[in-house]
Design a protein around this ligand. Structure first.
Ligand code: 5GP
Length: 149
């Protein structure tokens, strides 16, 4: 449904998330099914910051089919408790940005799952690169929690 009516940006098949889905760029994957894919955000705003994307091509929430959106939110709902448990978080922030003015930087529709901890301030959106070793450890903890759920 790329470039569908209402999309804020036309879909670029070479955006970084499209490359991650195709295996052309590495990522710390935590979950995958036939419709959706979840992996660690490379610039985490908090420990355990995870992204959930559909495998279908869609640039933003206005470009995605209702069924694909349903599948993607279903994955968010399914894995967020495992992320919360794995990170021992006090709360979970779900974020979704559409358009540059709203803060979107990658134009393949996605949901952020961000663990929140009492008294810990969020880091800036798309700020500093995370430590690869920490990302790997957190991804392993999250995968284990998803598998155990
Ligand atoms: P947006 O600003 O579009 O809502 O979020 C895009 C997110 O993707 C940002 O939080 C950013 O840190 C993350 N990101 C950007 N490039 C990459 C990448 O190559 N790999 C991963 N894992 N995350 C990325």
């Amino acid at each position: 449904m790329a470039g569908g009516q209402g999309a804020l940006m036309s879909y670029d098949e070479n955006n970084v998330f499209a490359k991650i889905i195709r295996g052309e760029l590495p990522c710390h994957k935590v979950y995958e099914d036939d419709k959706t894919f979840a992996f660690m955000d490379i610039m985490p705003r908090a420990h355990g910051h995870t992204l959930v994307i559909p495998k279908d091509q869609a640039s933003d929430i206005f470009d995605v089919s209702p069924q694909t959106l349903f599948d993607t939110v279903g994955t968010v709902q399914r894995i967020a408790p495992a992320i919360r448990d794995a990170m021992e978080a006090d709360g979970i922030l779900i974020q979704q940005f559409n358009g540059t003015a709203a803060g979107q930087t990658v134009f393949h529709v996605h949901f952020h799952i961000i663990p929140r901890f009492e008294g810990v301030t969020l880091k800036p959106h798309a700020g500093d690169m995370g430590d690869p070793d920490v990302l790997a450890v957190n991804a392993e903890k999250i995968r284990a929690a998803i598998d155990a759920a």
